[in-house]
Design a protein around this ligand. Sequence first.
Ligand SMILES: [Zn+2]
Length: 291
Amino acid sequence: MEKSLTLLTVHAHPDDESSKGPATVAILTGRGIRSVLVTCTGGEEGDINNPAMDRPEVKENLSQIRRAELDAATKIIGYSKLYLLGYRDSGMPGVPANFHPDSFAQAPVEEAGDKLIGIIRREMPQVVVTYHEDQSGYPHPDHLKVHDISVYAFDRSGDSSYKPELGPPHQISKLYYTAWASQRTKMFHDKFIELGLESPFSQDRLNRPGNDEEITTRIDVRGYYKIRKDALLAHATQIDPTSNSWFGLPDSLSEDLWPYEDYILARSNVGETESFNGYETDLFAGISDHK
Ligand SMILES: [Zn+2]
C-alpha cells in the first residue's frame, strides 16, 4: 500500500498559520498531501488590531471569536485537520499573562512536547514546520515555546523507548522553520518609496534581524495570493483590511514583488535534495519521489 503523505505545522496563535506559509499548505493540499495544523494557544492576549472589530462584545468573547476565525482560515487554506493544544496565550514579553498558570510559556516542555508527540504518532507526518529558535525579531514567548516543543518532539517521536503510551513510534523526515526574509520587507519598503507612497515600515522594522542567509527552501506561491490574503482577513480581530503593511500595494504588485514563502531546513533524514538557483523548492523533496 502506498504510504500517504502528511504535513504537520505547529503554530502559536490563531492567525500565525495565515501569516507564515499558508500558500505552501494550499499547494501541498492541492497535490493530495494531508495537512494537519497544531495551534498551541487560543490567542486570548491578542490586541484587537482592526478598529472595525474594536467593540466591547468582541473583547468579551475574544477567545470564541478567534476560534471561529481560526476555523474559517483553516478552511480557506485547506487544512485537513486542526488540533488545539489548549494552552493560554502568554502575551508579549514582560506582561503578567506570561505567568498565568495555564499559559503556554509556563507549560513544561515535556508536558506540551508529549502532547505534540501524541499527535505526531497518530498523524505520522513526514514533514513538520515550526519556528526558528532565534525569535529576536519578534520575541513572543509562545513562538519560542513552539520551537522548543517541536524540536523536543522531533527528537523523541521516533524513539520506540520514549513513552510508548503516546503511540507507536514515528520518525519525522524533515523539520523546517518558517522564515520571513528581511530582503522582502526591504523590497516592499523601496516599492512604496518608488511609488511616492508612505512606507508603513519603520526603521526599527527594517532593522529587525532576519535569517535570510539561512534560507534553504523557497516555495513559488504565484497564483495563491488570494488564498494568502483571504486567510489573513479571516482573522478579522487581528488583521485590519486597511493595513498598509499587509495590503498597502495593489494585490498583483504584492504578489509579483515576492512570490515566495521561505523556509529553513533545520533537520533532515533524507539526504541531499535537488536545488534550483540555490534553493530547494518543495518541502517534500526527497520524500514524495521515494514513496
Ligand atoms: Zn503568534
